[in-house]
Write a protein that binds this ligand. Sequence first.
Ligand code: SF4
Ligand code: SF4
Ligand code: SF4
Length: 252
Amino acid sequence: MATKPKVAFFDFSCCEGCQLAAIDLTPEQLLDLLAVIDIVEFREAISEKSDSYDIAIIEGSITRDSDIPRLKKIRETAKILITLGACSTIAGINALKNFQPKIEYQQDVYADSPTKYETAPARAIHEVVTVDAFIPGCPIDTGEFVRVVKNLLLGKKPDIPEYPVCVECKRNENVCVYEKGIQCLGPVTRAGCNARCPTGGGYCFGCRGIIPEPNIKSQQDIMQKYDLTFNQMQEKFKLFLERNKEVFPNGK
Ligand code: SF4
Ligand code: SF4
Ligand code: SF4
């Protein structure tokens, strides 16, 4: 019987919610995955560690320079490197601090000794090493996680939507939240979550990142129609907007 590829999970700065989601598979999803891979390191689930693996799955952002050698070593070892979730894919909520001067957030967190701990602007993994595939979301969608891993094992391009959340939202027959005076990033955010937030009564805040070729004109038209400015959008969507701000017309 052919040897199964060895998979190792690693985390950097994050809440580890995406690894928890990866553990929380349905029995069918888990059996499906374990039929094609061997998990050799996964701190959330097993105590074993390994220096030998084929696929590295990385959760979290790089928020201090001392993490870079570890990440580069993982990159050198793995044949395939996958990011797991918004923190590793687009720097996620860690990038909130990139809006502030360093000394301000250091003082906010460690008032008594602000410079005691090393810190740096948050970076997504692809800003430091080459990434082969990205699994977006905060947290990830478990079905998508299993699908991407299996796609890569078959040598296929990961099957991740390149159309916006609005497509899924309209398919779910939701009333657009803009009609209720609520802003939403659905027109430019990558689908794949089945429009989870607007369908559940909320709005899309962009956790899956911006699609590769966003219809900027459409987003601008919406902002114009509802009399919104870039600054209003940025204030509301700071959580995941740091890497997305080029989408919006500055000051318009
Ligand atoms: S993407 Fe969200 S759920 Fe996943 S590790 Fe980061 S903060 Fe946690
Ligand atoms: S609620 Fe948001 S995702 Fe749904 S159609 Fe409106 S803008 Fe698009
Ligand atoms: S609707 Fe938007 S914010 Fe909500 S899960 Fe989907 S991409 Fe993320």
